[in-house]
Design a protein around this ligand. Structure first.
Ligand code: PLP
Length: 360
């Protein structure tokens, strides 16, 4: 087998090895069915069992109550940017958006197609390096939407934003879903592209209150109504079977690791170690404000563009891949999702120290 290297990619991203091994075996035969997971009908008994197990484990691991639908959709989290307002923002109403990065900007742009989108707070003034502490909400927003973790800018909400009483809270949790316990009843809707913490790209998890789904307009295109997917167990059309299967394996792995509290502790330890090395460094510094730092995506820069490039080259020579930062921040980004091993952080910290000893 090809040697696996340390993969800091922002998504698609590293998955747990036991998950990959089980998926590899299932490519040829799912259990003893003699048919591979890619070849099973989504309406057949074997896949339906996979689907039901996956939903049950998601509910168990994530603490998702029965009055929420668990949906597997396609079109990425980006399609949720428009599906959300299409279903839940009546034309004459206003939805409030907390704008903490490029993904929330995109969500706002889509919401404007359907109703009024009010930017209740934004950290654009400092290139999104912090999470705003106060929000200027409109009087009766249809909902408040926020991005819990900003993959590109390396910031994360430490907890849910305070919102006016009885307001619906919607969240794009694409890059930190299931990285820590989540108080689902505080939310009306949560969505996440799977390709960071949950599984492969091509499937988007949506957790949404059933009563809201029931109230949404019925004159939208069929595939763009949450109702369609809720009423048909995400199988109105051919669902992303492989993605659902892998999410099922990942949730099994999460359970085996001790669930979300254990993963949070591990994620915090990994990120703390890396931030400590950056804080102690004379060359590198983390780009996010201290109180806004993400545990999932650690963004950092060296003291010059030349050193950024030299470090990236050095890191690659040490088997540390996927560290190049997004162009809007520059420098480096280390994505430390659930499946990212603590030894990978040790290797990066070691590389930082060795690079520094040669260049400081
Ligand atoms: C926070 C966040 N939202 C949305 C997206 C877009 O997801 P997709 O590519 O699944 O449309 C991403 C992708 O990286 C993301 O990190």
């Amino acid at each position: 087998m090809t040697q696996r290297i340390v993969n800091f990619a922002a998504g698609p991203a590293v998955l747990p090895v036991p998950v990959l091994e089980e998926a590899r075996d299932a490519l040829l035969s799912l259990g003893n069915t003699g048919i591979g997971i890619l070849e099973h009908s989504h309406r057949g008994k074997a896949f339906l069992a996979v689907y039901h197990e996956t939903v049950a484990r998601l509910r168990e691991v994530g603490g998702i109550p029965d009055d929420y639908d668990v949906l597997f959709l396609q079109g990425g989290a980006s399609s949720q940017f428009f599906m959300v307002p299409m279903n839940f923002l009546p034309r004459e109403q206003t939805a409030d958006y907390l704008v903490t990065g490029a993904w929330s900007e995109k969500a706002v742009a889509e919401a404007k197609r359907f109703g009024t989108a009010h930017v209740a707070s934004s950290s654009k003034d400092r290139n999104y390096c912090y999470i705003p502490k106060t929000h200027n909400y409109s009087s009766h927003p249809a909902y408040v939407h926020f991005t819990s973790n900003n993959t590109i800018f390396g910031t994360q909400f430490a907890k849910e934003p305070d919102i006016p009483k009885d307001t619906l809270l919607f969240c794009d949790a694409s890059s930190d879903i299931f990285s820590r316990p989540i108080d689902v009843p505080r939310y009306a809707l949560i969505y996440a592209g799977a390709q960071k913490n949950l599984g492969p790209s091509g499937v988007t998890l949506v957790i949404v209150r059933k009563d809201l789904v029931a109230q949404a307009p019925k004159d939208l295109p069929t595939m763009l109504q949450y109702r369609t997917h809720a009423d048909n167990e995400s199988m109105y059309n051919t669902c992303p079977t492989f993605g659902i299967y892998v999410i099922g394996l990942v949730t099994k792995w999460i359970k085996s690791q001790g669930g979300l509290p254990a993963l949070e502790a591990r994620n915090r330890a990994k990120a703390d170690k890396l931030y400590a090395a950056l804080d102690a460094s004379r060359i590198f510094k983390a780009t996010a404000d201290r109180d806004s730092r993400s545990l999932m995506n650690v963004t950092f820069v060296a003291s010059s563009e030349d050193l950024n490039n030299q470090f990236l080259k050095f890191a690659e020579s040490q088997g540390l891949d996927g560290l190049k930062g997004h162009r809007s921040v520059g420098g480096m980004r280390a994505s430390l999702y659930n499946a990212f091993p603590p030894e990978g952080v040790d290797a990066l910290v070691d590389a930082i120290k060795r690079f520094e000893s040669q260049h400081a």
